[in-house]
Design a protein around this ligand. Sequence first.
Ligand SMILES: [Fe+2]
Ligand SMILES: [Fe+2]
Length: 237
Amino acid sequence: MAPPSMNDFVLDLRGLAEHAHTRAYYTLRELQPGQVFEVWLDQDPGLLMDAVSLQLRHGIHWEPVVPGPPLWKLRVRPREDVDPTDLVDLLTRDHLRIDRLFASALHRVNAGDLEGAAPDFHAYVEGLRHHIQVENELIVPLLDLPRRPDGQDPTSVMLREHDEILEQTTMLEHEFAEGVDQAWAVAPFFALISGALAKHEGREEQNLFPHWSRALRTRPDQGTELLARARDILAEG
Ligand SMILES: [Fe+2]
Ligand SMILES: [Fe+2]
């Protein structure tokens, strides 16, 4: 936890009524690692903060300090500054991390800078392999959700998509290893993976994560151990 310091700011949203949301969004999206914002409100913060958090892809963590009415005070921090609460929280954050690495590499490829794209691309590859290892090897065997013979259940779909994304990523890795000199040679692979990854993560977060959360809540002791093992795997490489 960051100690109180010069990094702390007060965001006073009192008297803004419906404009409080816009102000909160534009201010909190600038939150930097290590920073803490104290937010003051004269309205119940629940709905407002949930909406802002969703807009920021759950990138912020907030907790009440002074419970109103009439004045509410909240402590808001970047989510990465707060320990993950469970495995699903950890994996949701890891999706964001993988997306950022991939987007940064893609951005440089589109600008014709292959050399500049390489470090983030390789970090993406490592991150993706570890993420999939956690989902395939830790979670699937343990939670063992019901499968369907036609392979259209969420778990089977997830496993197939993992194979596809890994295969496409490995092809792209070979291109990099052979030393591509033209960005147009790899740009189509990037576009392909970018679309597949976004759809895959969306489906997972919608179709599987709620089941995983529920299953984990029924076995809290295993959940703690699983979280620790998953963190070790994701921290490798
Ligand atoms: Fe996945
Ligand atoms: Fe995932």
